[in-house]
Design a protein around this ligand. Structure first.
Ligand SMILES: Nc1ncnc2c1ncn2[C@@H]1O[C@H](COP(=O)(O)OP(=O)(O)O)[C@@H](O)[C@H]1O
Ligand SMILES: [Mg+2]
Length: 370
């Protein structure tokens, strides 16, 4: 087939995908651009994601092009929306939603260019289940067909390796001077954690000074590849490390994890305010370890109380994303390297976490955006 004919067929296939807002297809509305057909049917095109879409459109575009007869490979160059005011004039602004209308913190150019959405999982303090939520959300996103990365930025307590049952040493690729670390992969999620690089016995205090350097390298020198969603397991709290991290990454949103009793302490409020100060949208609050079903009598037992997360959400005018019960299977799943949404799908905890995953995807897609 001639390149021209293949080019037309590729465009034809893409024109069947509608832009979610513009009422036109993705080619006419210029979400898809610069379609090129190279030797042997290698297709590449640029994709400017719509702020209302978390990445499923780009994936659909890739899928339909891959299905075109004569296409041997597809490369999608996803172009992240520009910061406020500098949006490319050719990107349409869908109904009333101005891209970048919330001024973004100044992200470092070139970082994570091939990542469509970045979500931080944060908490006021440690031990509340932040990593558990990060691991389960990442696994849930991946099981729904997204290309997902999980950056364990909690270098004080990097427990993502344990939660994914991965403790290999990552490979390094690239020429000398331009080496890149290859993320490990488990349950369809690309993983990077200081836990992969450090000796397990190294005391946490030694890690402190490494924070900014190491995390910078995780952004710049890890071969993440193209990702639909990057989940960042943040270090708990609101210190300099947390602040510099949220300023460095162009976050699309943050999910706050709290236990019912932590709500009383104010740490979680401070953490929410930190994100608000740097104009990062807080997608909502998850209450973890909320109630416990007695395995003997089946009665719910409020170990730490419950409902605090919901009240906090109300008070701070944020969405409440759900309540994850205290469940021994959540801990054993984590210890065994299988997130509950995969290993204990029928538990209430896994169901709650799946609902949180849906809410986060909806939020990234723009539903509920002001
Ligand atoms: N809902 C839950 N039920 C039972 N155990 C839980 C639950 N949430 C978290 N855990 C366990 O509590 C411990 C702390 O959770 P983790 O996610 O590591 O907290 P953080 O990242 O906030 O420090 C882990 O052992 C984890 O498996
Ligand atoms: Mg943790």
């Amino acid at each position: 087939m001639s390149d021209d004919r293949l080019h037309r067929r590729v465009l034809e296939a893409l024109r069947k995908i509608m832009h979610p807002d513009a009422g036109k297809d993705v080619v006419s509305s210029r979400l898809v651009r610069d379609v090129e057909v190279g030797e042997g049917g290698a297709v590449r095109f640029s994709f400017a994601p719509s702020p209302r879409d978390p990445g499923s459109l780009a994936k659909e575009a890739r899928r339909v092009v891959e299905a075109v007869e004569g296409v041997s490979s597809v490369k999608v160059n996803v172009q992240l929306p520009q910061a406020a005011g500098s949006a490319s004039p050719s990107v349409p602004t869908p109904g009333g939603l101005v891209p970048g209308s919330v001024p973004a913190p100044t992200p470092q150019p070139g970082l994570l260019q091939n990542v469509e959405s970045i979500v931080a999982i944060s908490s006021g303090k440690g031990g509340v289940g932040k990593s558990m939520v990060a691991a389960n959300l990442a696994a849930a996103f991946a099981s729904r067909g997204n290309r997902v990365g999980l950056l364990d930025a909690d270098i004080y307590g990097p427990n993502i390796p344990l939660m994914f049952g991965q403790d290999d040493r990552p490979q390094v690729t690239g020429e000398p001077g331009k080496e890149m670390i290859v993320p490990l992969e488990a349950h369809g999620v690309r993983l990077m954690s200081l836990g992969f690089l450090l000796d397990k016995e190294q005391p946490a205090i030694m890690r402190g000074p490494l924070i900014s350097g190491i995390l910078g390298q995780f952004l710049e020198q890890v071969a993440w590849g193209d990702l639909d969603i990057m989940v960042v397991d943040m270090p708990p709290g609101t210190g300099d490390a947390q602040l510099s991290l949220v300023q460095k990454i162009d976050l699309d949103g943050a999910v706050m994890v709290t236990t019912p009793q932590e709500v009383a302490l104010g740490d979680v409020r401070r953490a929410i305010r930190m994100f608000e100060r740097v104009n990062t949208r807080v997608i909502g609050i998850v209450e973890n370890m909320s109630g416990f079903e007695c395995p003997h009598c089946g009665e719910p037992v409020d170990v730490f109380g419950s409902g605090g997360g919901e009240r906090l959400a109300e008070e701070m005018n944020l969405p409440f994303l759900g309540r994850v019960p205290l469940d021994p299977r959540v801990r054993t799943a984590g210890d065994e390297g299988v997130p509950s949404v995969i290993g204990a799908q029928d538990s209430d905890a896994a169901k709650a976490l799946e609902d949180v995953a849906s809410a986060v995807l909806d939020a990234l897609a723009g539903d509920g955006a002001e």
